[in-house]
Design a protein around this ligand. Sequence first.
Ligand SMILES: Nc1ncnc2c1ncn2[C@@H]1O[C@H](COP(=O)(O)OP(=O)(O)O)[C@@H](O)[C@H]1O
Ligand SMILES: [Mg+2]
Length: 225
Amino acid sequence: MEIIKLENVKKNYQLGKTIVPALNGVNLCIKKGEFTCIVGPSGSGKTTLLNIIGCLDTPTDGNAVLFEKYEVSRLNDKEATKLRRERIGFIFQTFNLIPVLNVYENIEFPLVIQGIKSSERKKRVEALVEELKLLEFVKHKPEELSGGQRQRIAIARALVANPELVLADEPTANLDSENGANIMRIMRQLNEKHNVTFLFSTHDSRVIDKAKRIIKIEDGRIKEN
Ligand SMILES: Nc1ncnc2c1ncn2[C@@H]1O[C@H](COP(=O)(O)OP(=O)(O)O)[C@@H](O)[C@H]1O
Ligand SMILES: [Mg+2]
């Protein structure tokens, strides 16, 4: 199954009177079960690309199709939100955890929004807490934890709704090398054990080494595949 199919995707940003081209005709196909890394220098279009795939933004031109039937430009807000909540997990570079909630509540949050009943929520959160070795932190607030711990929580939160696709924008950028390697190992295990499709961006060579497939992007264009 083609989880992501991009055809000639272009994205321009308007900055005052100037147009900033961020993506210049991107073609890309990601199949179920891939563990793929997008590599490119700062400003090459990685975040723009992941935001479009994550339905957080729309292309200026071209087609972006998810799960073989959803065209990103044609989704209304409600449809995009539903797709994000139910089928896509997003891991942000800066974690984006909710400061007033403890670790357990942060992980549980996407299920609360979805209206999933509490016994089911408990089952899913506890399984991830165990898998990501977070048990000793469940009552802590994010600010009491290290970057590596916070990123593990962000991963648990991205996975709790059992998404088919996980997008991660420079997931190790704010981590030291040991924590970065840990995060990569965890994501790779989840990919292999649960066949979750991962697409992540980086310019960290240690992350690139762990990818099964590497896609290079430069000036908003895919260089090689
Ligand atoms: N909201 C925005 N408004 C104007 N220009 C933007 C905006 N977001 C990104 N850009 C520009 O688009 C290009 C690609 O940016 P981005 O996707 O963030 O690249 P990367 O994630 O690889 O660093 C850059 O030239 C950046 O300055
Ligand atoms: Mg970026």
